[in-house]
Design a protein around this ligand. Structure first.
Ligand code: ADP
Ligand code: MG
Length: 702
């Protein structure tokens, strides 16, 4: 249960005076919550800017266009004349150097009179303008008396807002929430507090919401950083706690003696690269450990991850347990089973596929065999995580191209067995910081070598205006029996397989068909699975030579004989995507060519991207360049600069803190694995505060 100490922070925002149903709706939207936000949500919504109202010039010295706070005496009111009620309400005020006009449009009756009483002294702040040669402030942001201004620093926070939500009302709500802040125990260790110069959390929250210095709201300064560290520590601690609990019962091992693995290796038409061998050995050793595996296998497209995954599954089969391999698309799942099935068969492993396409009786039979333990490795798509998919004894979950799956889907798969070992395959090198925030401390294997015999890919950029020449050269290639992919552009703004996207591909398909007739095929995301397979099959069998495709071929599709790829409007694709697409060629024994067609004029960003992709085929380098060009968050398609599931920590600013939080979490687990000490109590508080308390039931009451 949440410590009662925190209850005030988890009260609904609507419990604050002045926050009604209308604000509730707006705040839900602003703070991305389905239910009424709590005070804690408000407090963790940090300012993005400040307004500096500290300048206090005399009227005569005030600079036009700047933000000023004037100390004035109210001289005269001029409400709009009755015959022209839409005229502004003017208030004339002055100091000993001059006059200023304060202008209010559509003021409610009585409002201005109360705000600026005649003859009184007031502090008025806003942007100074000149109107007919007279200084003027239209709708002053603040009008305060002597007592009120003494309490303010003159620096106001500005928050990200949403349409209809006034800055003032959000500020008032935050100020009230700050009042409710309970005295929280310190959960960060003295060493880290000292090393990072962190203030206590109450001070950190107060200073970002009520800045005293302009820099107080900057993410890289100590106040925001303290909060980011709290958030990261909560995340790292939760991950570490969960992981530590997932110990295997004594004597249980998820890898056998290697007899199946050896049969598979013997059946391979090639020798494993040494990095494939290393990865397979690391996985096998993880599977023997008393703690469950959490391993990321990174390797460029075509580096041969599938066979490593199969060897992992075989190790599990050797002890009579089951494995699952989940791929993000149906094409990819089928590709996997095609590679895997013949090898598995040679070793006597029983494999099956389950996607949205297996229905009715077929599906029921698969599920039955699965539950009986008659399937050793089940390959599939999202279909694997449906509730009625029940394994006899799932021991290993392999997730391919994991960034396409949400955390929920990954968890759903691993929850289908006891302390399931997890192997994640990724062709997009994931920055260490993101791996940590996603998974906590995860082991990483890399396939850096390309399998032997790979041919280089020559990449060229060509203006769309030369489409005719390109078509002619494709014609010659088809004549020579080559297999060619023709990738059609994405629609701007949307990576979805939208209808417009489809229209692009269909149009190109039709025009190429006019040139090359029967030799042209089309595959896109809105085609039925069987239809897609049929066309892909025709392509692989050389029945068609030119395959027009949307980005459905992006991941994993493997037709080694294909040696040419044309990418239309290449400037619209991201670097990672271009690399993925291009990875469909250069897989066989022949040299390959990739033609990047672009429409002019090219923006700076597109130019830079195309240059990178032309210069290298090394996925790790491309990922690094991608990071430089776009910022880390985008690598996984995460909102700009945000970390998935994090509100305060930012990947680009707090990368250092992520590893520190990881180290701190590991130290805590070593010293006090059940969080029973006084500091352990405080850490429980932290976990509840950031709602990372899912692991607490596992370690029991404090
Ligand atoms: P990816 O890492 O992109 O998933 P795949 O596992 O699909 O790569 O492998 C790409 C191709 O390379 C497949 O055709 C596979 O059979 C082949 N391959 C894998 N390992 C080797 C190797 N050691 N030597 C030669 N070819 C290999
Ligand atoms: Mg693959």
């Amino acid at each position: 249960m949440r410590p009662s100490l925190l209850n005030p922070l988890f009260a609904a925002v609507t419990s604050l005076p002045g926050v009604g149903p209308k604000q509730d709706k707006l705040l839900r939207y602003l703070l991305s919550r389905e239910e009424t936000p709590r005070l804690v949500d408000l407090l963790l919504h940090l300012p993005s800017q400040v307004i500096d109202r500290r300048a206090r010039p005399k009227i005569r010295d005030a600079v036009q266009g700047t933000m000023v706070t004037l100390e004035v005496t109210v001289d005269r009111h001029r409400p709009p004349p009755p015959r022209n009620p839409r005229a502004p309400y003017l208030v004339y005020a002055s100091d000993d150097t001059g006059d200023v006009v304060l202008t209010f449009f559509r003021a409610k009756p009585g409002y201005v009179e109360k705000l600026l009483p005649m003859g009184e002294k007031r502090f008025v702040s806003g942007t100074l303008q000149m109107y007919d040669g007279i200084p003027q402030i239209v709708h002053p942001d603040r009008v305060l008396d002597e007592e009120a201004i003494a309490k303010l620093s003159g620096i106001d926070p500005v928050y990200p807002l949403t349409q209809g939500l006034a800055l003032g009302s959000l500020r008032r709500a935050v100020a009230q929430a700050l009042q409710k802040l309970p005295a929280l125990p310190e959960w960060i260790s003295p060493e880290v507090l000292r090393r990072c110069n962190f203030p206590p959390i109450a001070e950190a929250l107060t200073r970002v919401h009520q800045p005293v210095e302009l820099t107080d709201i900057l993410p890289d300064q100590r106040f925001w950083s303290r909060l980011a560290f709290d958030e990261l520590l909560a995340g790292q601690l939760a991950l570490a706690l969960i992981r530590a609990q997932l110990r295997r019962p004594a004597g249980v091992r998820n890898a056998g003696d290697g007899h199946l693995r050896n049969k598979i290796i013997d059946a391979l038409p090639y020798a494993l690269t040494s990095s494939q061998r290393d990865a397979a050995a690391a996985i096998a050793s993880d599977l023997q450990q008393p703690v469950r595996m959490l391993r990321l296998l990174q390797g460029d497209v075509g580096s041969g991850k599938t066979v490593v995954a199969l060897l992992a599954a075989a190790a599990v089969t050797e002890v009579g347990k089951q494995a699952a391999l989940m791929a993000p698309t149906e094409i990819l799942a089928r590709q996997h089973i095609k590679t895997i099935a013949p090898l598995a068969e040679r070793a006597g492993m029983r494999v099956a596929i389950l996607t949205g396409r297996e229905k009715g009786k077929e599906r029921r039979e698969i599920l039955l065999r699965l539950a009986e333990g008659e399937i050793d490795l089940l390959v599939g798509t999202h279909a694997l995580i449906q509730d009625d998919v029940i394994f006899n004894d799932l021991a290993l979950a392999i997730v391919d191209e994991q960034h396409r799956f949400g955390v929920r889907e990954r968890l759903a798969l691993t929850s289908k067995g006891e302390a399931v070992d997890v192997l994640v395959l990724s062709a997009t090198p994931i920055p260490r910081t993101l791996v940590l925030t996603y998974f906590g401390d995860m082991d990483i294997s890399e396939l850096r070598e390309k399998p032997a015999g790979r041919q280089p890919i020559e990449t060229r950029t060509i203006a769309m205006s030369r489409l005719g020449e390109v078509t002619d050269s494709i014609g010659r290639a088809l004549q020579a029996g080559k297999l060619v992919y023709w990738i059609c552009p994405l629609v701007e703004e949307s990576e979805a397989e939208g209808t417009e996207h489809l229209a692009n591909a269909t149009k190109r398909f039709e025009s190429l068909q006019r040139h090359f007739g029967e030799r042209v095929g089309l595959v896109h995301g809105q085609m039925k699975g069987a239809e897609k397979d049929r066309v892909m099959g025709q392509f692989a069998a050389h029945e068609i030579g030119l395959l027009v495709a949307t980005t459905v071929v992006e991941v994993g599709v493997d037709v080694p004989a294909a040696t040419i790829m044309v990418i239309e409007n290449a400037e619209r694709f991201g670097l990672a995507q271009l690399h993925q697409l291009r990875g469909r060629i250069g897989r066989g024994s022949e040299a390959s060519t990739c033609l990047l067609l672009y429409s002019e004029p090219l923006g700076e960003m597109s130019k830079a991207r195309l240059k990178v992709i032309r210069e290298t085929t090394d996925g790790f380098r491309i990922a690094e360049e991608d990071l430089k060009l776009r910022g880390e968050g985008d690598v996984l398609g995460v909102r700009q600069s945000g970390l998935p599931g994090y509100r305060i920590a930012r990947s680009e600013v707090h990368a250092q803190l992520i590893t520190q939080a990881r180290d701190e979490a590991l130290r805590i687990l070593k010293d006090d694995p059940k969080l029973k000490s006084e500091r352990g109590e405080a850490l429980r508080c932290l976990l509840y505060l950031f709602e990372r308390d899912e692991a607490i039931p596992l370690i029991g009451a404090g």
